[in-house]
Write a protein that binds this ligand. Structure first.
Ligand code: PLP
Length: 277
């Protein structure tokens, strides 16, 4: 991580908001415009630039959530970041955006338990088939690809076993077969691993964990590339998965110390690993 980026994390609000060091919490539902023309102008700006922070109703966000989106978009080096009320909400949004009845998805075997419940049990009722692959044997992924495979859903490292996977290889396989890819990057966070740069279409982080850092807020982020942006935007529009501004504020505050905390976690983890070796 470059020192420029570490500085950026400390001065996030200053970059996007000129006055206060921390961004203010802006709460809103209905937004008042001076005239119909003004509303139309905002709506037209939104259509032209849907990631530009032009809102005409609180469900789309406020300046507080917009600041967090901008910070995370930079951290992820992605096209855009969608915010959700929980990390699992981001997983749901990723799958809901791309997968339709008749499709198949291939999921990493050691995935987070609710991800397994959603894919293995719940999606079955919607005629969506899930196959699990063994992260240490990517042949189990390759041989399960069919003409109906829509999405490869990776979790790395896997929650239950902490397997590290050959992510470049997975991207290579997916691109060859024109299959979408998503990764749950909650453990690594884009501080250590930048999935969109690696070639993933979507990258999920539970903001509840390292972003917040203080166990007092829940949230999720879904970073996307340009290829899937429109599909996720359409799905986001009909789910009502909105992150509240108070939660966004706490997550933004937590992000200021993300580098310090993760560097320390890394040092400690290395010491524990050295002890066992
Ligand atoms: C906690 C967690 C989630 C879900 O996040 P919530 O914010 O609790 O909904 C998803 N994936 C992983 C790997 C997690 O650890």
């Amino acid at each position: 991580m470059t020192s420029t980026f570490k500085t950026f994390l400390k001065h996030t609000a200053k970059d996007f908001h000129n006055q206060s060091v921390n961004p203010p919490v802006v709460r809103a539902s209905t937004i008042i415009f001076k005239s119909m023309q003004d509303i139309r102008k905002t709506q037209s700006k939104f259509r032209k630039n849907p990631i530009g922070g032009h809102f005409d109703y609180g469900r789309q966000g406020t300046s507080t959530t917009y600041i967090l989106q901008k910070i995370l978009t930079k951290l992820e080096e992605s096209y855009h970041v969608f915010l959700t009320p929980t990390g699992f909400g981001a997983i749901f949004l990723a799958i809901f955006s791309l997968v339709r009845p008749g499709d198949e998805i291939i999921v990493a075997d050691p995935s987070y338990k609710p991800t397994r419940r959603l894919t293995q049990d719940f999606l079955k009722d919607f005629n969506i088939k899930t196959i699990f692959y063994n992260p240490s044997d990517l042949n189990t992924l390759r041989k399960n690809i069919s003409k109906n495979t829509k999405l490869i859903f990776v979790e790395n490292p896997g929650s239950n076993t902490f397997d590290f996977q050959d992510l470049s290889k997975i991207i290579q396989i997916a691109k060859k077969h024109k299959i979408y890819t998503a990764i749950d990057n909650t453990w690594g966070t884009p501080y250590f691993l930048k999935p969109i740069k690696l070639g993933f279409d979507m990258s999920i982080v539970s903001a509840t964990k390292y972003y917040s850092g203080h166990s007092d807020v829940m949230g999720g982020s879904l970073a996307v590339n340009k290829r899937v942006f429109r599909k996720v935007q359409l799905a986001d529009n009909v789910t009502g998965l909105r992150l509240g501004p108070d939660d966004a504020y706490l997550i933004t505050r937590g992000l200021r110390t993300l580098d310090v905390r993760l560097d320390k976690h890394q040092d400690n983890a290395k010491k524990v690993a050295a002890f066992f070796i």
